[in-house]
Design a protein around this ligand. Structure first.
Ligand code: ADP
Ligand code: SF4
Length: 707
């Protein structure tokens, strides 16, 4: 192959790090939090991660890396303080008795090792957890069904005065244990609708007739008492943070900004720090599809003036300008971040060193949240090392140097190929990346042009930025590779990151065989629409994929003037997005746009101007008019090249080719996060010692108690 001139040849780390931009100096000012001082304003607020009590060391290592990356404060996720309140199946942390202290101490030590303060979010979930593990009867302000995501057939009982006294004692005990475990900032958690303290505050849940219900002063009583208890137990070595929801977004039926202002006024100077969140977790961590960076500003504005204590808030802040603005405008004292710290644990360091172009910006996809919902260790689309720091020894900024002079050819410039080339290049290998099209990014380039997900393009942009620094990586666009060209090219190793193609025959979960389709029917796939095909009139989208694609295409088609009906065998639109906390928002948006939603039905036949559908329960038929049909079903890996190269196995030796591996969607289609991970994994494991049949990562095995 005679490739055209490479587009990338700059030297990696050629340029000295620039000094920090003085506009961002404000972000590096120390802030006093009660008896302690944080070295800067970067504050990793509590965030769940699906590791919790099961993966203690993995979790500690992950938090330690945040501290290494420059965050002044690093917090745990919620820590259940007593067995009468746990949130199985979610895996959080526990501080039920002294035996939980060493595990938590591992986290605080990892955080302290890099000079950050360690925060712990003590939580009593109350009527937010069904206690399926402990089988204790949950408690709350009133007799009400458990407010979990799963409609568990469980009710909480109303707490009496003894229960309240018990809760106060348990919280004090937890504070003492948190101190023993080495934490600096202890949380009183009354936010996200996730705990008893929030439930007491909100008239939505609290209909009590005693001194803990009714007036705002009464509803604030338990929070105030527990904050006082916590201050006392914390003494003069620990700071106390109070985390509240500043608006439940249901008007006067729940907490709203005016009431919250009054509530803060009732105890403004009591905590050492106020931590503000918006609504429930799903509102606080909106995806980029539904909110821009800094979207919480209207809700937070003015609250800081109510207290002399420092305040922290979030807004998926990745831009130092947006961060500095929050401080300079007097909105916040500390820049809270969960997702930006997941996507880039080294975000503060990069700002400090003037390396803004190295920031790996969060794309706001909430794949990280899906780890918690699926009780799998946290994963991140942008940062494939997230959750793998301990068990695989991966680091977000470092990777082992090369072990040989091998040269590699990566075919395909989607998320898998880009990350693979970037990480191999970072190791020092000679890498060539060949891409068929005239642009890099693969599915990320295509999908980020769909409505309101432009920030997904950051997956490509970060990697291109890094590749541009690597003199040892050459990139060739408009270079479709055939098996013959690959053999001629002379690489030692070939990585096929060739992506996948959406199916045109409706095979997915419901139909495992192609469905009957008239030859004259207009059938499109997501690939067609992303390539610019514009159906018109009455369009039926059939979604048996259940993630974001069908919803995004519905938005696209409505914007293009089509009348859209979305048919799905599931009982709701974009069913899997429950795991990214978007389902409700997607269904709401589609309904508001006029999309007709037909659930519990599968398209069973596509005709010239209609589709036949069948009820998934009864098989009952229903016909829908359709000028065109868009099938959002399964995908097939683009494995032609792999099959061709495998067929020419006998030619490898003479071509000097030693291995061919398919990765990402080209191996088995999945998420963008999975593609990035596959690219990273190839690069991490390339020429690593063989492990045979061993488990490819470390596990923490529960210590057995003697019988
Ligand atoms: P992944 O998510 O696994 O990275 P994508 O579909 O996003 O997969 O990207 C695959 C990329 O591979 C696309 O940009 C596609 O143009 C490119 N590609 C596929 N086949 C070839 C080939 N034979 N030669 C060069 N590039 C290819
Ligand atoms: Fe951001 Fe997505 Fe990573 Fe979460 S998974 S931190 S939302 S890029």
């Amino acid at each position: 192959m005679r490739p055209p001139d490479p587009i990338s040849s700059a030297g990696f780390n050629e340029r000295e790090p620039m000094a920090r931009d003085p506009r961002y100096d404000v972000l590096f000012e120390p802030v006093k939090i009660g008896p302690l001082t944080t070295k800067n304003r970067f504050y990793q607020v509590p965030h769940c991660n699906g590791m919790g009590y099961r993966d203690v060391t993995a979790l500690a290592t992950m938090r330690g890396i945040k501290a290494e990356g420059g965050w002044g404060v690093v917090c745990t996720e919620q820590v259940e303080i007593h067995p009468t309140s746990e949130i199985t199946p979610f895996i959080e942390l526990r501080l039920w008795d002294d035996r939980d202290i060493p595990g938590l101490a591992r986290t605080s030590e990892a955080i302290h090792r890099h000079g950050a303060l360690a925060g712990i979010e003590l939580a009593y979930n109350g009527m937010n957890g069904s206690n399926f593990y402990t089988r204790e009867v949950p408690m709350g302000p009133a007799h009400l069904p458990i407010a979990t995501f799963f409609n568990d057939p469980v009710q909480a009982r109303a707490m009496d005065k003894q229960d309240i006294a018990d809760l106060r004692r348990w919280h004090r005990q937890a504070v003492a244990r948190a101190k023993q475990a080495g934490f600096d900032i202890v949380y009183v958690y009354a936010a996200h609708g996730f705990g008893t303290l929030h439930h007491f505050l909100s008239r939505r849940f609290n209909n009590r007739g005693d001194e803990y219900g009714g007036s705002l002063t009464n509803r604030t009583r338990l929070l105030r008492e527990i904050t006082e208890d916590t201050k006392e137990a914390a003494g003069d070595s620990c700071a106390v943070a109070v985390r509240i929801t500043v608006d439940e977004l249901i008007g006067s039926a729940g907490l709203h900004k005016e009431e919250v202002r009054e509530m803060i006024g009732l105890m403004a100077e009591l905590p050492d720090l106020w931590d503000f969140v918006l609504g429930g977790w799903e509102n606080d961590s909106l995806t980029s599809r539904f909110a821009e960076e800094g979207n919480q500003e209207p809700y937070i504005a003015g609250l800081k003036a109510l207290t002399t204590k420092p305040v922290v808030g979030v807004g998926r802040f990745t831009s130092p300008d947006a961060m500095a603005r929050q401080i300079n405008k007097g909105l916040l004292d500390l820049i809270g971040a969960a997702r930006p710290s997941i996507a880039d644990p080294f975000l503060p360091k990069k700002i400090e060193e003037g390396r803004l172009e190295d920031i790996r910006e969060c794309i706001g996809c909430n794949i990280c949240v899906s780890g918690d919902f699926t009780t799998a260790p946290i994963r991140c689309t942008q940062n494939p090392t997230m959750g793998e720091e301990w068990r695989r020894g991966w680091h977000p900024e470092r990777i082992a140097p090369k072990r040989s002079e091998a040269n590699l050819l990566v075919v395909g410039g989607g998320p898998a190929g880009l990350e693979c080339a970037r990480a191999l290049g970072h190791r020092g290998y000679r890498v060539t990346l060949a891409e068929t099209s005239a642009e890099l990014g693969g599915r990320v380039a295509r999908e980020s042009r769909l409505p309101r997900v432009a920030s997904w393009g950051r997956v490509r942009d970060y990697r291109l930025q890094q590749l541009n620094k690597l003199a040892n990586v050459e990139i060739y666009l408009e270079s479709e590779m055939t098996a013959a060209q690959i053999l001629e090219f002379g690489a030692d190793h070939v990585v096929l990151a060739t992506g996948a193609t959406w199916r045109r025959d409706a095979v997915a979960r419901y139909h495992l065989q192609p469905i009957p389709t008239s030859a004259d029917a207009l059938v499109h796939t997501p690939d067609d629409l992303m390539a610019g095909t514009k159906p018109s009139g009455q369009v039926v989208i059939y979604d048996d994929d259940h993630y974001y694609m069908a919803g995004l295409l519905a938005e696209l088609l409505v914007a293009q003037g089509c009348c859209v009906t979305l048919v799905t065998p599931a009982s709701e639109v974009s069913n899997w997005t429950r795991n990214t906390m978007e389902q409700h928002f997607i269904q709401k948006r589609l309904l508001e746009m006029g999309v007709v939603i037909v659930t519990n039905r599968a398209v069973s036949e596509v005709r010239r101007d209609s589709v036949a559908t069948a009820c998934v329960f009864t098989g009952g038929p229903m016909e829908l008019a359709a000028d065109a049909v868009v099938l959002v079903t399964a995908r097939l890996p683009n494995e032609g090249l792999l099959l061709d190269l495998t067929a020419r196995r006998g030619d490898w030796e003479s071509a000097g080719l030693r291995s061919v591996v398919a990765i990402g969607d080209g191996r088995a289609p999945a998420t963008i996060a999975a593609a990035v991970y596959a690219g990273r994994r190839y690069a991490e494991e390339f020429e690593a010692p063989a492990i045979g049949d061993a488990v490819p990562f470390k596990r923490e095995i529960t210590g057995l108690t003697p019988l």
